[in-house]
Design a protein around this ligand. Structure first.
Ligand SMILES: [Zn+2]
Length: 435
């Protein structure tokens, strides 16, 4: 067929490259798990810079790289996912996130170590390996009780902190290649764990296949990841950022593990990161750990919620747009009333929220963060100065917008002095709320 029959004449629209443009718009990524073509949008948050690329003062006159935050849902396996735009070594080789700067996170890790040690009878002859071990916030608790452990962490600056604390750590990305190397050099673990890493892996098949290779026969895997159901219910669109490639339901993870010869035998719902799942997996042919009723119960609940049909996913985007309008309405009202508003925190989720909503110093005078690695820098894209938390007391703002809303209780308790001058805390998610 001659293309000119269906195209408007060139002079009508001026698009002599119309055919080519149509083709480029039809670019469709492939599902990172099942390789089906992705055609259904979950939510499109526009363009955003990588969330940990905080801007240094000498970079303020330079441009930043922005990438799409367009989230798809696979029509075949229902994996909700971002396309990979930023190479993992660019994101993770010099990472600014140190887990130990959150007290409640370290406490969560301590309790986890106690539970796992008790439930699975770990001792001085066991081996625990943690993937994405960060600064040793978790493994330090195993070291203290004399249980041999090894961390695997790709960010060299973060791994160095762990090594200085006495936690053996190899600086490597995890996948099948690393799994073989570690098994040769250190042996196979009884417990292989990874918290908040599964969602951050671009090649999820290589990663899970690597866990299958590394795990000792009879051993177990535990992982924690934010639960997609809670993301949707809690309107947590700000947990979408480039480092976070996959948004996981229990059913999808079960499908992925199953394909690689691993079976989920238990699951817990835990409150971290706005609502996460802690899964327990074993080799599929391993009879040691019986499958609990919680596995089938959660699977049924997800099916009843609609996780196996595309229509449920399409309801998310309008809800996100409304949240943006409501937050801006609040901020515009506060500023028009002459109020002073500052931020608390400079987390990854804050970057998505600020960029998507277009919040800059016209709304927030500054934000603060406990991490000295962020202080003195500026939020990516929105260029809001990041100061030491003592700046709040000095500025006496009317409102403090909490960006890491998952830590709101800890933050409100620690900075309760804002009431001395009539200040109030505000959380933006699930909808704007003045505390
Ligand atoms: Zn798929």
């Amino acid at each position: 067929m001659n293309g000119s029959e269906t195209m408007p004449a060139v002079s009508e629209c001026g698009l002599d490259a119309g055919v080519e443009r149509r083709d480029s718009r039809m670019h469709r990524p492939l599902c990172r798990f099942c390789e089906a073509t992705l055609t259904t949008t979950f939510v499109d948050l526009g363009m955003s810079p990588p969330c940990q690329s905080h801007v240094e003062p000498h970079e303020l006159n330079r441009m930043e790289r922005f990438y799409p935050l367009h989230v798809w849902v696979c029509g075949e396996c229902f994996l909700v996912q971002l396309e990979e735009f930023v190479a993992p070594d660019e994101i993770f080789s010099e990472y600014a996130y140190f887990s130990s700067y959150s007290d409640s996170w370290v406490e969560h890790a301590r309790r986890y170590c106690e539970e796992v040690t008790r439930r699975f009878g770990l001792g001085s002859d066991s081996l625990v390996i943690e993937i994405a071990s960060n600064d040793g916030y978790l493994l330090q608790h195993f070291v203290q009780t004399g249980i041999p452990c090894l961390g695997v962490e790709p960010a060299a600056n973060v791994a160095r902190v762990a090594i200085e604390k006495g936690i053996p750590t190899v600086v490597r990305f995890f996948g099948q290649q690393t799994a073989r190397e570690i098994a040769n050099e250190h042996g196979q673990p009884d417990v292989l764990l990874g918290n908040n890493v599964l969602a951050h892996v671009p090649d999820i098949n290589d990663f899970v296949a690597g866990m299958k290779l590394l795990l000792r026969p009879g051993g177990l895997i535990t992982m924690e990841f934010p639960h997609l159901q809670r993301l949707i219910e809690g309107n947590q669109f700000d947990t979408i950022y480039h480092e976070h490639f996959s948004y996981l339901s229990f059913s999808t993870v079960q499908r992925i593990f199953d394909r690689h010869g691993l079976e989920l035998f238990d699951v817990e719902e835990i409150p971290t990161h706005g609502g996460s799942l802690r899964i327990f997996a074993k080799h599929t042919d391993d009879p040691v750990h019986p499958v609990t009723g919680r596995v089938s119960a959660l699977r049924v609940r997800e099916r009843e919620t609609g996780f196996d049909s595309l229509s449920m996913y399409s309801r998310f985007a309008p809800q996100v747009a409304e949240t943006k309008r409501a937050l801006l309405e609040f901020l515009i009202g506060a500023k028009r009333a002459g109020k002073r508003v500052v931020g608390y925190g400079a987390p990854g989720k804050g970057n998505t929220l600020l960029n998507y909503c277009g919040i800059r110093q016209d709304f927030l005078d500054f934000t603060v963060d406990r991490s000295p690695h962020k202080q003195g820098r500026y939020t990516p894209g929105t260029r809001i100065p990041i100061l030491d938390p003592s700046a709040i007391r000095a500025a006496k703002p009317d409102y403090v917008l909490i960006l890491p809303w998952n830590l709101q209780e800890e933050i409100v308790a620690k900075h309760s002095y804002v009431v001395e001058w009539g200040g109030r805390f505000v959380v933006p998610i699930p909808s704007v709320q003045v505390l």
